[in-house]
Design a protein around this ligand. Structure first.
Ligand code: 13P
Ligand code: SF4
Length: 319
């Protein structure tokens, strides 16, 4: 803990010296989340990370999260320097949706509006009409559906199916999944609920249907945190990456948080419910990039400008 405190102080000093601000996601290491808040940065869901990075006056953004989050920041603010602790921090949804295959899929369905999840590469976003995150996907697809639009959706099949069921929109789905949320188990969750009938069930919509259909609250990471803070219940079962528990514990210290089961035997497998790419962010590599200026995100034109349009459409819609 002494070393950690020293490392945090060093990182804070370097952020200040570089005029940089730290933009962190709720799934990264708790020290990084705390550091972001203590130094005037933010910790939030992916929609608010995008907005915060775009609106902040700092000329250097350090994004502690996964690659698409850094790319989104750079796409929105090409004049800023965007650094990431590890440029190899990717996402199974991004990996599972290569730009060339995706473009071919879009070409086969020119009558559909192309709506992509934030968890995609800049090249995939460049081919899309809209980008959405889990916090605004329902509203945006509902809006397009009300206009009579048919949708091509990528890449998360669970989130796509959930939106389709909720809105009734005509949606063609790409077959991608998050390796973390895909592991939550419906049957084991049902058994856990029976043990804790008083608990509120909180589920991120990247989870399978068998898990989502048992939820009291389905929502983005920010929405799940809000549900714990505002909920009157004492006990919560949480079906999302366990990095989120750090902030939940800080904001709702008296409440009992139980991780939803990821293993077939009903036990909770810590290593399953934590994103290996989010876990690549640490104080050590943060300090390294702040010292060296390495790991700057680049998004070449015209891909950047094309991707910017679909992200800004979402930010304007949700403003
Ligand atoms: P949120 O937008 O809900 O923070 O989700 C991002 C993510 O990667 C979830 O796995
Ligand atoms: Fe991607 Fe899942 Fe990791 Fe989120 S938790 S970054 S969706 S692999």
């Amino acid at each position: 803990p002494k070393d950690r405190a020293a490392a945090k102080a060093r990182a804070a000093q370097l952020l200040k010296a570089r005029g940089a601000v730290l933009v962190a996601h709720y799934y990264v290491d708790g020290d990084l989340q705390d550091l972001a808040l203590e130094t005037g940065g933010c910790v939030s869901d992916s929609l608010e990370m995008a907005r915060f990075g775009r609106d902040h006056a700092a000329q250097t953004l350090v994004v502690a999260g996964v690659r698409f989050m850094g790319e989104t920041a750079k796409i929105l603010s090409p004049e800023k320097t965007v650094l990431m602790p590890d440029l190899d921090a990717t996402c199974s949804l991004d990996l599972g949706c290569p730009a060339e295959d995706f473009a071919a899929f879009c070409d086969q369905h020119p009558d559909r509006k192309v709506v992509v999840y934030a968890n995609t590469s800049a090249a995939v976003k460049a081919r899309a009409d809209w980008m959405v995150t889990s916090s605004c996907a329902l509203d945006i697809v509902g809006h397009l559906h009300a206009q009579g639009q048919k949708i091509l959706w990528a890449p998360d099949r669970h989130l796509g199916r959930y939106i389709q069921e909720q809105t009734g929109a005509d949606m063609l789905l790409w077959n991608g999944a998050c390796i973390v949320h895909d592991e939550f188990k419906g049957l084991e969750l049902q058994m856990l609920r029976e043990q804790h009938p008083d608990a509120l069930i909180l589920v991120h919509p990247e989870s399978p249907r068998s898990v989502v259909e048992q939820a009291d609250v389905v929502g983005s990471t920010s929405a799940l945190i809000k549900a714990v803070v505002e909920g009157t219940q004492q006990r919560y079962i949480v079906a999302t990456d366990n990095g989120i528990l750090h902030r939940m514990r800080q904001l709702a210290p008296g409440k009992e948080l139980i991780e939803a089961p990821t293993a077939g035997n009903g036990a909770t497998c810590k290593s399953c419910a934590h994103c290996p790419w989010m876990a690549m962010n640490a104080l050590t590599n943060l300090i390294e990039v702040l010292e060296t200026g390495a790991n700057a995100i680049q998004v070449p034109e015209p891909t950047r400008a094309q991707a910017q349009a679909c992200i800004e459409r979402m930010l304007d819609f949700t403003a």
